[in-house]
Ligand binder design. Structure first.
Ligand code: NCD
Ligand code: ZN
Ligand code: ZN
Length: 351
C-alpha cells in the first residue's frame, strides 16, 4: 500500500444550490473521497450564483448538512459586488472571476469591473480567473498593475502555459492549474467520446497543446479536476452544457503517469496537496491520508460512480492505481468503494 496525504481539489462544481439533479454537496463530496480528495473548493456558478452573504450562507448550510469531506465555497465576481464581498473574504475559498464565456451567468466583460475586484479583494485572499488566451494575458496584467496574486484556472493551450512561464520568469505573482482532461485528452478524442459529451471549457485542444502542458510541468502549480457534472441526458441533448466529471478519475490517471515515468510521485503530491494548500491558504488536516494500491490495474468504466452525473469522458482508458481507504482526522471515511463518513462530517476550511 502507498500512503498519500489527503488530496486538495481547488476547482469543483458542486451544483447546489440549483441543480441537484446533476450533483449536490453529498454526492460531490462522496465522489471526492472516492477519488482521494479530503478537501474541495466549490465554484460559485450555481443557481442562484454565490455572489453575496445570503447566497454564501445557502451554500454553506447545505455543505454543513451534507458534506463528507472538508470544503470551502468561492464567491463569484459580478459587475457590482466588489465592495460588498471584500469584507467577507475570510469566509470564502476565494473570489472567482469568469472572464470568458462558459457555463452559467457570471461572465464579466467590462474591464472597469475587473479593476474594482482586483483593487478591493484582499491581497492575501485567493483570486482565481477563468481566463483563456488573450484574456489570460489581460488577467496577468491586472495582477501586475494591482500588485496582487492571481491563480489561472484550467490552463489548456501551449501559448498560455508559455505566457505563464514568461510571467513567472519576470517575477509576476501568477500561479496556475491544469486539469487531467487537458493532460490526457485532445480534440481528436471527441470522435469516440461523442459530440455533446466532449463539450468542455476550455475546449479539448490539439496534441501540440497537450504535449506543451507536459513539457512545462515545472510551471504547473496544481492539478485541479474542474469536476463539472452534467447528466448524460443533458450532454446528449441538442444544447449540451460544457463540463466533465473528474473527481474519481484524476488520481488513477496521474498515478498511471507516475508508473509510466512521465511524472514523479513528488511532482504529484506537490500539485495535489502541498501547492494547493499553500496557494489557497488552507489549514492542515491532522491524521488525514489516502491509501492507494499502486499495482491495481483497471479500465475506467462509463458508469458506476459516486458522482450523480455518473459518467466519465475517460471511459475505456486503462489505469494503474486504485484508492483503497481514506482516513480523515483519524477516522476511516472511505473504504473499497464505500463512503463511511456520515453526511455533515466534513468541516468548513474557512471562517
Ligand atoms: C464548467 C461548469 O459546467 O460549471 N464547465 C466547464 O466546461 N468547465 C464551467 C467552467 O469551469 O468554466
Ligand atoms: Zn472555467
Ligand atoms: Zn470549472
Amino acid at each position: 500500500m502507498l500512503r498519500l496525504p489527503g488530496l486538495i481539489d481547488p476547482h469543483v462544481h458542486v451544483r447546489e444550490p440549483g441543480a441537484t439533479h446533476k450533483e449536490d454537496w453529498g454526492t460531490a463530496t462522496a465522489a471526492a473521497l472516492a477519488g482521494g480528495f479530503t478537501a474541495i473548493l466549490a465554484m460559485p456558478n450555481t443557481a442562484p450564483p454565490i455572489t453575496d452573504e445570503a447566497t454564501l450562507h445557502i451554500a454553506l448550510q447545505a455543505a454543513a448538512a451534507k458534506a463528507h469531506c472538508d470544503y470551502a465555497q468561492y464567491f463569484g465576481a459580478t459587475a457590482n459586488n466588489a465592495a460588498s464581498i471584500a469584507p467577507l473574504a475570510s469566509q470564502a475559498a476565494g473570489l472567482k472571476m469568469y472572464l470568458n464565456q462558459t457555463y452559467g451567468s457570471l461572465r464579466l466583460d467590462d474591464m472597469t469591473a475587473w479593476h474594482e475586484h482586483f483593487r478591493r479583494w484582499p491581497a492575501h485572499a485567493p483570486l482565481v480567473a477563468h481566463a483563456e488566451r488573450h484574456t489570460l494575458a489581460a488577467a496577468i496584467l491586472f495582477a501586475a498593475l494591482h500588485r496582487r496574486p492571481v491563480h489561472i484556472a484550467h490552463v489548456s493551450h501551449r501559448e498560455e502555459i508559455l505566457l505563464i512561464r514568461a510571467a513567472k520568469a519576470h517575477g509576476l505573482p501568477v500561479t496556475c492549474e491544469v486539469t487531467p482532461h487537458h493532460l490526457f485528452l485532445t480534440a481528436a478524442d471527441a470522435a469516440h467520446i461523442g459530440p455533446g459529451r466532449s463539450e468542455v471549457r476550455p475546449v479539448l485542444a490539439s496534441e501540440a497543446d497537450r504535449q506543451a502542458l507536459w513539457d512545462n510541468l515545472d510551471v504547473i502549480d496544481c492539478f485541479a479536476t474542474d469536476h463539472a457534472p452534467h447528466t448524460l441526458a443533458e450532454k446528449d441533448s441538442d444544447n449540451p452544457p460544457p463540463g466533465f466529471p473528474g473527481l474519481e478519475t484524476a488520481l488513477p490517471l496521474l498515478l498511471t503517469a507516475v508508473q509510466q515515468g512521465r511524472l514523479s510521485m513528488e511532482d504529484l503530491i506537490a500539485r495535489m496537496h502541498t501547492n494547493p494548500r499553500r496557494i489557497f491558504g488552507l489549514p492542515s488536516q491532522p491524521e488525514t491520508w489516502v491509501e492507494v494500491d499502486p499495482d491495481a490495474r483497471w479500465e475506467i468504466p462509463l458508469q458506476g460512480w459516486h458522482t450523480r452525473a455518473n459518467w466519465s469522458p475517460f471511459a475505456g482508458m486503462q489505469v494503474q492505481g486504485q484508492v483503497r481507504r481514506v482516513v480523515l482526522r483519524g477516522k476511516v471515511v472511505y473504504e473499497d468503494g464505500k463512503v463511511l463518513a456520515s453526511p455533515g462530517a466534513g468541516r468548513p476550511l474557512r471562517g
